[in-house]
Design a binder for this molecule. Structure first.
Ligand code: SF4
Length: 683
């Protein structure tokens, strides 16, 4: 940026994997240095406030360990030994090596990315074009939300729900599987407003979170039993006739079957499965059946178990049963992302595959897939991985296998990163990428219904280049000369909505624009399903051989199913981290201290474990070490391994994913991080 005589404010968007998608204002001084990042007060969802993590964004941007030059491996794989090289040397060599692999079989090249940025441009726009043109393997991006997303699609017809702003007028809010204070802060402000106006807040979560502390009631069910609770609520709605018969008749499909299913779930049965008092279920059902408007804020934690898709489907049926959708402040919100008419094909250009049928690999089983040989069933062995916006060595399940895969000397690995993460340690080349303050992007949200534009506030730090720029440069060196590789980032931002639904000039002028949607989108039905109804019964699931009605599927590793590993473990995020982002920001890591396992006193005492003591958390897949916190935040029989620490910053170079498995959810092919039995012992 050209130096100016005065400081200036630049409007942007938070890029992190968080439903709030805040509007940012970066204050840049006259020398072009970002001095402060704050929330944009003009954006109603942000309301001028950011979370602690992102208010430290300048500390992250100018971090002394920020990657500033391309690096080439100079030691054994995984050793973290690198030497600086020029961009030309790095790009020439990468292009040559990818070209040689692509000449044999481009499917041996695997892109690996997720939501390190949620931006549509620095995410999959130019990267998608590059990998499609090459004919590389496709990646099924499942690691966070695919079970719940698929469940919403099968039930409501899309990732759609009530508008978040109306939670402020709800009279009963079920906060289900969400530590909103930690991971959905701006929703929490609305819930607080509702509470001040007399609403009752109920938190449903195995962990007694900071959010649970501030709700009127906490229901600490066992992990993976949410569908049983939802079915028992339906049982009570039916037997007490707290149903909206008119809404059910006109706007739902499969009621008779669901009714029969729910009647098999009296509260006593669900209480046994969920490990909670019968009366708690009865009281919750009464509140839900008789309070209007009632709203559910569901989040993705509860779908990271074998039956996660079924659980989301069961919960997503509840609002239609009581007619909650009739009012703006009633219904359910898991994700609003399906409302945005993003022109993904124009951005990512799958047509560049030109009819080639490439395989799709699931990112949640990368540990297994990197260790597979070529076969007729699998296709070619993976020879190259290009990682961007992700840190799989820290975040993918069953770390031992993931590390083994990335440590393969014959695997060519390129990592686009801001920092030397656990994954970057395993790279052949590490390429320094720009942060959100240094590039253009455009954002949707899964927690509200505004589009945000992100302008670059400062010049790239060091020699950092944007993801788009790196993929453009690789395409040029590999002779991929399709005109689409010449699109600049602002053109890509415009392409995202193609002038439809969003006024781009408004984005340029104020930084955000609101989708034009009804206040109560399903008051008169009109769900985006094939039938136009809320589908209690899904013919599509039935055609796939699944149960067409939602049911409770016990965990792969249900409590009581193993005497060797008697404790269920969930691994929710530590409050000051966002997955593995921010773990290296010193001021935030200082707040968290060190990796912690929360354990209930009744589980700690027989194991001789005290607070502050180092413990081993282990099962047949592996073992990690952390500090015990004997805490009322853990329920009996369930331990909370707060994540996700970088392995190299944890004791013994391990983290919580040493013990998680590569099993997949019932729908959507998602990971089952919270379906995990362990034992804990003093270290
Ligand atoms: S992480 Fe979430 S709450 Fe924090 S600034 Fe980003 S969008 Fe807002």
């Amino acid at each position: 940026m050209t130096p100016t005589t005065t400081s200036r404010d630049v409007r942007g968007a938070c890029p992190h994997d968080c439903p709030d998608t805040c509007a940012l204002v970066t204050q840049v001084d006259h020398q072009g240095v970002a001095v402060r990042v704050t929330g944009n007060p003009a954006h109603r969802h942000t309301d001028g406030a950011l979370c602690t993590k992102v208010s430290r964004y300048t500390e992250r941007t100018y971090h002394p360990q920020r990657l500033l030059t391309p690096l080439k491996r100079s030691g054994p794989k995984g050793s973290g030994q690198f030497e600086p090289v020029s961009w030309d040397e790095a790009l020439d060599d990468i292009a040559q090596r990818l070209g040689a692999i692509a000449a044999r079989d481009p499917q041996a090249i695997l892109p690996y990315s997720y939501a390190g940025t949620m931006g549509l441009v620095q995410g999959e726009a130019m990267a998608g074009r590059f990998f499609h043109r090459l004919g590389a393997s496709l990646l099924d991006r499942t690691i966070c939300s695919s079970a719940g997303g698929e469940a919403l699609v099968q039930t409501l017809g899309g990732k759609v729900g009530m508008k978040v702003e109306h939670f402020a007028q709800s009279k009963l809010i079920l906060i289900w599987g969400s530590n909103s204070i930690g991971s959905n802060l701006h929703f929490w402000r609305l819930a607080q407003q509702a509470k001040r106006d007399g609403a009752r807040l109920v938190c449903i979560d195995p962990r007694r979170t900071e959010t649970a502390d501030k709700c009127h009631e906490h229901i600490a069910l066992r992990p993976g039993t949410d569908a049983a609770l939802a079915l028992a609520l339906m049982h009570q709605l039916i037997t007490h006739d707290w149903l909206d018969h008119g809404y059910i008749e006109r706007h739902t499909l499969g009621w008779e079957g669901l009714r029969e299913r729910a009647l098999q779930w009296p509260p006593e049965r669900a209480a046994e499965v969920c490990g909670i008092p019968v009366q708690q279920i009865v009281d919750l059902a009464r509140a839900y059946g008789t309070t209007k408007p009632a709203a559910i804020r569901l989040n993705y934690g509860m779908q990271r178990v074998r039956g996660g898709g079924n659980a989301v489907r069961a919960i997503a049926c509840l609002p239609a049963l009581v007619g909650a959708w009739r009012e703006p402040a009633g219904g359910l919100l898991l994700s609003a992302s399906g409302f945005f008419p993003v022109q993904r094909a124009a951005l990512q250009r799958p047509d560049l595959l030109a009819g080639r049928r490439t395989r799709t690999l699931n990112m949640s089983t990368v540990g297994n897939d990197l260790l597979r040989e070529s076969s007729a069933e699998f296709g070619p062995k993976v020879e190259a991985v290009i990682v961007y916006n992700s840190n799989p060595v820290a975040v993918a399940p069953e770390s031992a296998k993931v590390v083994q895969g990335f440590a393969r000397e014959d695997l060519f690995t390129v990592v686009l990163e801001h920092f030397q993460t656990d994954t970057a340690d395993h790279a052949d080349y590490v390429l320094p990428a720009t942060t959100q303050l240094e590039h253009w992007d455009i954002h949707t949200s899964y927690g509200h219904t505004d589009v945000l534009l992100n302008r670059p506030a400062i010049d790239p730090v060091g020699q950092a280049r944007s993801n788009t720029d790196i993929f453009r440069a690789l395409a040029a060196r590999m002779g991929l000369d399709d005109p689409c590789f010449a699109d600049d980032d602002l053109t890509l931002c415009r392409t995202a909505f193609d002038g439809k639904a969003v006024d781009f000039q408004q984005l340029l002028d104020q930084g955000f624009a609101t989708l034009n949607l009804p206040e109560a989108p399903f008051a008169d039905g009109g769900f985006p399903t094939t039938s136009g109804r809320c589908e209690f019964f899904s013919a599509r699931l039935a055609a796939q051989g699944q149960d067409g009605l939602p049911d409770h599927l016990p965990n792969f590793e249900a409590i009581g199913s193993s005497t060797q590993f008697p404790l269920a473990m969930i691994s929710p995020p530590a409050r000051n981290f966002l997955n593995s982002s921010f773990v290296n920001v010193t001021s935030l890591r200082d707040i968290e201290g060190e990796p912690v396992l929360e354990i209930h006193a009744d589980d700690a005492a027989p194991r001789g474990i005290q607070s502050g003591q180092m413990v081993r958390v282990f099962n047949a897949r592996g073992e990690y070490r952390c500090k015990a916190s004997v805490s009322r935040r853990a329920r009996v029989g369930v331990v909370n391994g707060l994540g996700i620490w970088w392995r190299k910053l944890g004791p013994d170079g391990t983290n919580v994913n040493e013990v998680t498995s590569q099993h997949l959810t019932d729908m959507g092919g998602g990971p089952v991080f919270y379906d995990c039995l362990v034992e804990v012992a003093a270290a």
